[in-house]
Ligand binder design. Structure first.
Ligand SMILES: NC(=O)c1ccc[n+]([C@@H]2O[C@H](COP(=O)([O-])OP(=O)(O)OC[C@H]3O[C@@H](n4cnc5c(N)ncnc54)[C@H](O)[C@@H]3O)[C@@H](O)[C@H]2O)c1
Length: 309
């Protein structure tokens, strides 16, 4: 019997699957907010299961004295010091692919809403105004160019959905040469970063947060985007300069943005996003849906059980 500590939200039925395999399971989604208790509970855990808020590094990592497996209910590993975990013989298991469809659908929905720009009229219409002229210049998604930065599992799925709606798709991936089979398999043209930035009507980011992607969309690259283009960031905060983005929306240089991830989460109340036109802000939920929660939780439960066998 192994001790499994789960410090953030996990589908209850997947938790039951772990218990049914006769493991000693502590499931407390509030544990992430109580650092001393997390360290104490972690000290005799064989497995720690986290989402994206538990920072598996520093003091917590030092406290995980007998831990062999870290399960991540998601894919980004920037909250886990993977080399340090592996150096201590711990296996880090992400839920690769399990929430990709939720993110891809979020991107497509965001692109359609922002290109069309007609879905924020509820209050005006209900109040008896009729802003028909003001909302008559929205754009269709078909025929537009989607530029993907990062062509891994989410980028590829997003390309497929976009093509189904008649978009052209180009993609830049720093780790893939233009002759990488994934591009041909998805009928996506590989392009350089500058070309994607300058020519796409919608840019969607699907890269990890690493040194080479930190502040990738800085003031200069945001300024290089096509006039009226839409920027969607579901990847990680820290990749887009939030203040520069807000300024570009206010000046009309950009036509819209959907931002799901922020440099600091929860996003502290601040003024720079106030009054930005055609902006969608969501609290890091692009990959979180009823279906993906289930897929992610069962995938991690099964992989943890396999690793313990
Ligand atoms: N908002 C959410 O809820 C949510 C949910 C799931 C994933 N994510 C994030 O989405 C991102 C992509 O996830 P994924 O599953 O597609 O990952 P993935 O590993 O399958 O793909 C990432 C791709 O980025 C490429 N890449 C790495 N560095 C690059 C660079 N400097 N420039 C261009 N490309 C680069 C890699 O070669 C890889 O192909 C991750 O940051 C992940 O944390 C967010």
């Amino acid at each position: 019997m192994s001790r499994i500590v789960i410090s953030e939200f996990m589908d209850e039925r997947a938790v039951e699957r772990l218990r049914a395999a006769r493991h000693d399971v502590l499931y407390d989604p509030k544990l992430v907010d109580d650092a001393p208790r997390l360290k104490a509970e972690g000290s005799n855990a064989d497995v720690l299961i986290v989402r994206n808020r538990t920072q598996v590094r520093g003091e917590l990592l030092a406290a995980l004295r007998q831990c062999r497996v870290v399960g991540r209910l998601g894919v980004g590993l920037d909250n886990i010091d993977v080399p340090a975990c592996e150096g201590r013989g711990m296996k880090v298991i992400p839920a690769t692919g399990a929430n990709a469809l939720s993110v891809a659908e979020y991107v497509i929905a965001g692109a359609m809403l922002l290109l069309r720009g007609a879905y924020q009229s509820t209050a005006a219409v209900a109040a008896g105004q009729w802003p028909r002229n003001a909302l008559s210049n929205g754009r269709e998604i078909a025929g537009k160019t989607l530029g993907l930065i990062g062509f891994g599992s989410i980028g590829q799925l997003t390309a497929k959905l976009a093509q189904g709606l008649g978009m052209q798709v180009i993609a830049f991936d720093a780790m893939m040469d233009a002759d990488h089979p994934a591009f041909a398999a998805h009928a996506v043209r590989a392009a350089g970063l500058d070309e994607v930035i300058a020519s796409a009507d919608v840019i969607s980011l699907h890269v990890p947060l690493v040194d080479s992607t930190r502040n990738l969309f800085d003031v200069r690259r945001i300024a290089a985007m096509k006039k009226g283009a839409v920027l969607i960031n579901t990847a990680r905060g820290g990749i887009v300069d939030e203040a520069a983005l807000a300024a570009a929306l206010k000046s009309g240089a950009l036509g819209g943005a959907a931002i799901d991830v922020f440099g600091s989460e929860p996003l502290p109340a601040s003024d720079h996003f106030k009054g930005c036109p055609n902006l969608l802000l969501t609290p890091h939920i692009a990959g979180v849906s009823a279906e993906s929660n289930e897929r992610v939780s069962f995938l991690i439960a099964d992989k943890v059980l396999e690793a313990l066998r």
